[in-house]
Design a protein around this ligand. Structure first.
Ligand code: SF4
Length: 373
């Protein structure tokens, strides 16, 4: 039988595990603290655990670590992209983003954007990851370990996490929520769920589930259009959960949690950046209190887009500014995001592992329909 990986277990699961080995539950708390708070990468590092028990652990469990294959820092804005290898040699990316120089919390906020899947099956037209297809979900341990491995290489505190890297978090819901439980624990990495944001391309059922379960992590929705046909072209998931159903789920989420969701919106030149589009967003914000992030479109030319994807162009900075002004005049809270990491292909929508395995290529060719979550 394969030995379980301790990284990815919650405190309760670790206590159970050590009990099964005939040890007292407090040993589980010790392990939990060594693995997450102290970021131990091997049992040998756990010096206050007896050698005898460490030996037992080594025979009964694994402590798997992501391998850092490369890291690349933007000369423009200090954004760093990490390339990690998983135990089956597949690759994922995570991106460390400092606050912008002129932001009020510059020098204090440091955000890690984490992946939840190898690739992604959702095929959004503007996204490099979508061109990879889905290879597999990450485990909770692989999600948490992105944070641990980045912390091991920098001498700074990471203040915010966003689940917006490779993959659709709601298609890996249980592992994502387990990872948040682990990360938020005060004996672990201790990042408050209020500083953790889970993004979705539009799984309305999971938005409702987050509300029903009282999840304290914040919610972001990649919206990009409120026009059914336009959103469907940008994001095929709209065929499964249409715009009305999605807006209803946001309304439900706000009424149940009193937390304002964030709406992510990429203005594309002449496609979704008109006065009518701004008016639709204002109407949405009047129904569901929310914040809107306007994100510049980043080129994914390196994926050789074809068809509709090849026609997408970024709205100019002046158009984005005018669009933001229109929203503000309608009472909407708006942030215009920078293009952090664009020069190293680490900006929103640009994450994709270029050297794809044959397995990845065939997954990409085979994708046909939008998966259920
Ligand atoms: S934008 Fe997100 S959901 Fe859409 S293909 Fe990219 S990773 Fe997947």
């Amino acid at each position: 039988m394969e030995r379980p990986n301790l990284k990815g277990m919650t405190l309760a699961q670790m206590r159970d595990f050590v009990s099964q080995l005939g040890e007292r539950p407090y040993r589980g708390a010790q392990l939990f603290s060594w693995i997450y708070a102290k970021r131990a990468s091997s049992f040998e590092e756990m010096t206050d655990i007896s050698q005898e028990f460490r030996h037992v652990l080594a025979g009964a469990a694994l402590l798997e670590n992501l391998r850092t294959v490369a890291s690349n820092t933007s000369l423009h804005d200090g954004t760093t992209k990490f390339l990690f290898a998983l135990r089956d040699d597949l690759n994922i990316e995570s991106v460390l983003i400092p606050a912008e120089e002129n932001a009020p919390d510059a020098g204090k906020r440091l955000t890690l954007c984490m992946s939840t899947q190898v690739g992604c099956p959702l095929d959004c037209a503007f996204c490099a990851t979508g061109t990879m297809g889905l290879v597999r979900n990450l485990t909770a341990g692989e999600i948490v370990d992105q944070l641990i491995q980045v912390l091991r290489t920098i001498d700074k505190r990471i203040t915010n996490l966003v689940y917006m890297g490779m993959g659709e978090p709601m298609l890996n819901y249980d592992a994502v929520m387990t990872s948040i439980e682990i990360i938020a624990h005060d004996r672990s990495l201790h990042i408050s769920p209020r500083h953790i944001t889970v993004s979705t391309a539009g799984y309305a059922n999971r938005i409702r589930q987050m509300a029903d379960e009282g999840r304290r992590a914040k919610l972001a929705l990649s919206l990009h259009s409120l026009v059914e046909s336009k959103r469907t072209a940008l994001m095929p998931i709209t065929k499964k959960f249409g715009v009305d159903e999605l807006v209803d789920s946001l309304d439900y989420y706000f009424r149940k949690t009193r937390q304002r969701p964030t709406i992510e919106y990429i203005p594309f030149e002449g496609y979704n950046d008109t006065t009518a589009d701004a008016t639709r967003l204002i109407a949405l914000a009047r129904r569901v209190p929310c914040k809107v992030n306007l994100i510049p479109y980043h080129s994914i030319a390196f994926t050789h887009p074809a068809g509709f994807a090849a026609t997408l162009r970024p709205a100019s900075p002046s158009k984005i500014a005018a669009f933001a002004e229109r929203l503000r005049s309608g009472g909407v809270t708006v942030m215009v995001r920078s293009s952090a990491g664009e020069d190293i292909n680490a900006a929103c929508g640009q994450l994709a592992v270029k050297h794809r395995s044959p397995r990845m290529q065939s997954a990409s060719r085979q994708r046909k329909s939008v998966p259920a979550a």
